[in-house]
Design a binder for this molecule. Structure first.
Ligand code: GCU
Length: 298
């Protein structure tokens, strides 16, 4: 006989069913279900059906959604200190980012959500973000000048694109495909798996491996939901979130490769920036540090 759950909770995810973060969400739900003996059931809603990321964060704040996985870019509009963790050209690579997130700095950021009505649970990987465009390859800083580039709903992202000489167009993730198709935007930026999974590569086939930023992601709980859960379940949920994050990172590594492979085979034109050009991008984005990090120099 099936145990009747004490709690049936919703989880919002804006990626497709087979995407690493979504698979991580299912793993999380499965582990929580098992470890609470079926008393906590988490229902994963993928594909953005509960709304775009900004809306989902707002819903978390009043408990309309119980859990979600979101990108730090829109989240930093609600918890500004998080911008520090996603500054352009901040990390030397994946290992560097994970060393920061899994060390005392990451813990310190996790502990600074007070007053946000959000409870951070675990970091997820989202690789490095790169530009892609519809009309021709971006091979230099000059090529990006004047292009209308879609950005996440984030002031830091808008400012960064502007500093590079392009025009930022903030837009929900789900609207980017049609934006590219209709010419409302000339390009966007994202990691390999998102570029592939959303099929943006079909309408924007020029991809530039510039790795201008790494934007980590977080699994979150609504504070109001959290407050209702007994301590025992909270501990299980934290632990399962962490386990699901490790699982997500494994899937992420594989998916980065298969996505890159798929889009290359589909005929996308991949441009690698030479070191000098990369430096020009980096210099152009440098003023962001003064604006977004001066309060957090330590
Ligand atoms: C990544 C991230 C999403 C986000 C998207 C975006 O794909 O995983 O959560 O919505 O970037 O560019 O908006």
């Amino acid at each position: 006989q099936k145990t009747v759950p004490e709690f049936v909770l919703t989880y919002a995810e804006n990626q497709a069913e087979d995407y690493p973060t979504t698979q991580g969400a299912y793993k999380f739900a499965e582990l929580v279900y098992e470890q609470t003996g079926g008393r906590v059931e988490i229902q994963v809603n993928a594909g953005g059906v509960l709304g775009d990321e900004k809306t989902v964060i707002e819903q978390l704040q009043f408990g309309g959604v119980d859990f979600a996985r979101v990108s730090l870019s829109p989240l930093a509009e609600f918890v500004p200190k998080l911008n520090v963790l996603q500054m352009p050209y901040l990390y030397t690579g994946r290992e560097h980012m994970w060393k920061v997130l899994e060390g005392p700095i990451g813990t310190d950021f996790m502990n600074s959500f007070g007053g946000s009505s959000l409870v951070p649970l675990s970091w997820y990987d989202a690789g490095a973000r790169n530009f892609y465009s519809t009309a021709g390859p971006i091979e230099s800083l000059d090529d990006i000048k004047g292009l209308k580039i879609r950005v996440q709903e984030s002031e830091l992202m808008m400012d960064t694109i502007q500093a590079l000489g392009a025009t930022p167009v903030p837009m929900a993730f789900g609207d980017v495909y049609s934006g590219l198709q209709t010419g409302e935007i000339d390009g966007a930026e994202n990691n390999w798996p998102s570029y592939e999974s959303t099929r943006h590569y079909e309408v924007a086939k020029y991809f530039t491996l510039d790795e201008h930023t790494r934007v980590p992601e977080l699994q979150l709980a609504a504070q109001s939901t959290w407050d209702k859960l007994p301590e025992e379940y909270r501990n299980i949920i934290r632990d399962c979130a962490q386990k699901s994050a490790l699982y997500e990172r494994e899937l992420w590594d594989e998916r980065e490769k298969t996505s890159e492979d798929r889009v290359r085979r589909a005929g996308c034109v991949v441009t690698e920036l030479d070191a000098g050009e990369k430096e020009r991008f980096q210099e152009a984005a440098a003023p962001m540090y003064e604006k977004y990090c001066s309060e957090y120099v330590d």
